[in-house]
Design a protein. Structure first.
Length: 322
């Protein structure tokens, strides 16, 4: 089955976008570029822009970092339009989604360790390089006996989504053009809740986007590989699929993605001049080449100029892809 989704539509009359940082470190040049692109896209479409804190993975979160990130966004003039939500406060919604899928026989418990999965794939000659995602071979799916209600097992188990056969997902990205992925061959049944009880990113983000009525998702290209899974999950849960736009990544001097894990330097918000310099750098990375350097401008004035430039760039990309 092929699911095709178009992301090249006219400006949405009820545009709702979002930026969803994890409080595992402060905003750096890479995350600022994503935040700026998302904010500009919402403003260029006269839309609503939301902020959501993705703090499900509590062991990785840093106390107080959520408030620090919000303060950084405000210092950059990237204000949001509705109340901020935290994923850690939405657990009931994620559990309800799991139970809905289980009642439709679309999820099952999995006790396989990574080593066990690798051993099975190796025996089948399907083991990939360590930096590539391993395709789940369906071991626990084949041995699961369905019950009328979601079982509460004392043994630690992940919960996986049982993919239907031949799931090709095709969509058109507003920045990168046509995309496709064969979920069965490239991913396999993927995890919705981890063995440690933490709900997986794939489930949480889909449920949150639907609950918040998100129509447009603008984010870094490092998340592109997740999009097909999320579109599939939206379909089985009966949710609408947003339009997607994946932005180029900011790289370090070694050509690696700039990230909190590699201790990327946080953006300087000590003065308006420093903020304008950071915004200008982010805008250049996003392809906005003809903006002023921010001298003799307020942050709000610079952002208005950037919003017009973003709208012009979006029109150019749309003409090229059409």
């Amino acid at each position: 089955m092929i699911l095709a989704v178009s992301s090249l539509k006219p400006p949405h009359p009820c545009y709702r976008g979002r930026f969803a940082p994890s409080p595992t470190g402060p905003l750096h040049a890479g995350s600022l570029a994503s935040a700026l692109g998302s904010w500009l896209d919402a403003r260029a479409n006269q839309g609503t822009w939301l902020v959501r804190i993705e703090d499900l993975d509590a062991p990785r979160c840093i106390a107080g970092m959520d408030q620090h990130i919000l303060a950084q966004l405000q210092a950059c003039g990237l204000t949001w339009d509705e109340e901020v939500i935290w994923q850690s406060q939405q657990l009931t919604a994620y559990q309800n989604a799991i139970e809905t899928l289980y009642s439709d026989r679309q999820v099952y418990p999995c006790a396989c360790s990574r080593q066990q999965i690798s051993s099975v794939l190796s025996s089948q000659g399907l083991l990939r390089a360590r930096n590539q995602e391993q395709v789940y071979p369906g071991t626990c799916r084949n041995g699961h006996v369905w019950q009328a209600q979601l079982p509460n097992s004392d043994s630690p188990s992940a919960w996986r989504l049982a993919l239907k056969p031949d799931q090709w997902i095709r969509f058109s990205d507003a920045e990168l053009g046509p995309q496709e992925q064969n979920l069965n061959a490239d991913v396999g049944d993927f995890v919705l809740r981890r063995a440690d009880g933490i709900f997986a990113y794939q489930l949480a983000v889909v449920v949150d986007d639907a609950r918040q009525g998100i129509t447009h998702i603008v984010r870094g290209a490092d998340l592109l590989s997740n999009t097909a899974r999320q579109i599939y999950l939206q379909g089985v849960l009966g949710y609408a699929t947003p339009q997607y736009r994946h932005l180029p990544l900011v790289l370090d001097p070694h050509g690696e993605k700039l990230s909190k894990q590699t201790h990327a330097t946080q953006i300087d918000t000590a003065s308006d001049a420093a903020v304008l310099q950071a915004l200008q750098t982010a805008a250049l990375h996003l392809g906005l080449r003809n903006l002023s350097d921010g001298q003799d401008q307020t942050i709000a004035e610079w952002l208005l100029q950037a919003t017009h430039a973003w709208a012009d760039k979006t029109k150019q990309i749309s003409r090229t892809q059409n």
